[in-house]
Design a protein around this ligand. Structure first.
Ligand code: FES
Length: 234
């Protein structure tokens, strides 16, 4: 990439933003790429392993994404939130749960588990589960599987830290939004916001900027604007 093109795309990335509107949709600005993805299971035991792109939309400078879960033009807003008097009050507050994760220590890795952010993507269950794998992270295979599982966690519930360097191990994700669908389970998941796009509340506060986070698009989360897994029927 030439310097000129690199600086142009870096400048563009800086203008990308998602604004939560009061009882309304997410306003996405700055030309954020949008796609629809789904979880796929590709091992014999049915564990989730990879992501597959179903559809990519042409890039728009601005667009509105449904937050109430009732649009007939998903994933975009069609104004239904006003007709149903959607209550989209933001309840995530100061995101205190980010400062108090459950910490699992292993010989090579440390796992930070922010349980409130679970979206039930289920990438963390394979090979005995990421919690056991972390405890066995002195073994190369366990360590690599734990890192892979954490990096596939869309919400950033699971974060792996390398104990030797003290650094978090994060996947390289371009700034973009993916709509998560899981047809095998009949689930319509959240919006997966990737690459550190700022999310701004309706009253102008910027939430913690993270490489991976998921926004509720079903209207049922108890931790709005973030997904808390409530879209999954138990
Ligand atoms: S999309 Fe997961 S709780 Fe709404």
């Amino acid at each position: 990439m030439t310097e000129r093109f690199r600086s142009t795309s870096e400048e563009k990335g800086k203008t990308m933003k998602i604004t939560v509107t009061k009882d309304g949709p997410y306003l996405v600005s700055g030309g954020v790429p949008l796609s629809i993805e789904k979880e796929i299971c590709n091992d014999d035991e049915g564990y989730c392993r990879n992501w597959r792109v179903i559809k990519t939309f042409s890039v728009q400078e601005q667009y509105s994404l449904c937050r109430c879960g009732r649009s007939r033009n998903m994933p975009f807003c069609d104004g239904t939130h006003a007709k149903i008097a959607f209550n989209g009050i933001e309840t995530a507050g100061g995101e205190t749960y980010l400062r108090h994760p459950t910490v699992i220590m292993g010989p090579g890795l440390e796992l930070l588990d922010h349980e409130n952010l679970c979206v039930h993507a289920r990438f963390c269950m394979r090979a005995g589960g990421i919690w056991n794998l972390t405890k066995q992270s002195g073994i190369r295979e366990a360590r690599e599987t734990a890192i892979e599982e954490a990096c596939n966690c869309p919400s950033g519930r699971l974060v792996i830290r390398d104990r030797a360097s003290g650094k978090e191990v994060e996947p390289a994700l371009g700034k973009s939004i993916a709509v998560i669908e899981n047809p095998a389970k009949g689930e319509h998941g959240p919006l997966w916001v990737r690459g550190g796009i700022p999310v701004v509340s309706a009253d102008g506060k910027t939430y913690t900027v993270r490489n991976r986070l998921t926004l509720c698009r079903c209207g049922k989360s108890g931790n709005k604007p973030f997904c808390d897994g409530s879209h999954v029927e138990h």
